[in-house]
Design a protein around this ligand. Sequence first.
Ligand code: F6P
Length: 343
Amino acid sequence: MRIGLLTGGGDCPGLNAVIRAVVRRGLQGENTFVGFRHGWSGVLADDAIELTLASTAGILPRGGTILGTSRTNPFADGQDGTTSIRRTLQARGVDALVPIGGEDTLGVALRLHREGIPIVGVPKTIDNDLGGTDVTFGFHTAVQIVTDAIDRLHTTAESHNRVMVVEVMGRHTGWIATYAGLAGGADAILVPERPFDIDQVAAHLRRRHERGRSFSIVVVAEGATPREGSLQVRHGSATDAFGHVRLGGIGVTLEEELEARTGYESRVTILGHVQRGGTPVAFDRVLATRFGVAAMDAATSERFGTMVGLRGTAIVEVALEQALAESKLLDPKLYETAELFFG
Ligand code: F6P
């Protein structure tokens, strides 16, 4: 078979491990590989490279993606990229396409599958908000990066008696904020799933400091929202090809508002794309490798319209349609556990 690969959406530690695993697994049979560059844009414009044992050697621990990525949407602004995509796949002799991406990239994959294009998806996002899988690769790397940052912020917060606000990624969900907040001993965690009241957060910090604590760590997901009407947050106005607003800025608002309400000196750290950069942790390398092997097996068996995933400790295949039906929101029990340590 001839397999086409692409990586779409935000980059994520472990993408190269998937590419390597698909190729290595596929080379155990009579398969060849073409890698489309920069997500769907490479398929639309027929921009691709040959993937071989040699060209995928040594990439297991490398962050980013050797194929490049983009947020190109073949269906943006009412367009229909299906014809161009079909033309490229035919010209390149592609028998199965393996897109590695999050809800947007895989949403395009589902639409193409419905048009009869043979597709097997691989879930990717540091946000960990995709359905159909317990975990996405990249998430644990992001959590480790944030945890390391919180550890460092703890010592400077303690030295200066400050409130440290740490803004982390998480557009729709607070998985990174809650995991890293729990691991780093945060004193408050604000997530999109639970709209917050700024006065309650300030009161909580005051109570904590009155009990003798001299500093606080507040972790906030970029997509966290204040209770309606309670606070104005300044996000940018730019949107991507899938209509998502560029987030970022809630941390700055919190720094100002918490300092104004409590009188405690406050500082914000916005971790941003640091969370997506660099080498994947071992868990993500293993998960990405298992996903790559499973995707190759699904493709050779022509189980199209599926996405590979992790359920418990087992690798499974789920229908793309089912996986994309709704976002995987934060487990409330996990948040309640983190909350026990806010004191
Ligand atoms: O890939 C998910 C994500 O990291 C979100 O958490 C974040 O809102 C977004 O990507 C940032 O996208 P970009 O890299 O395009 O600024």
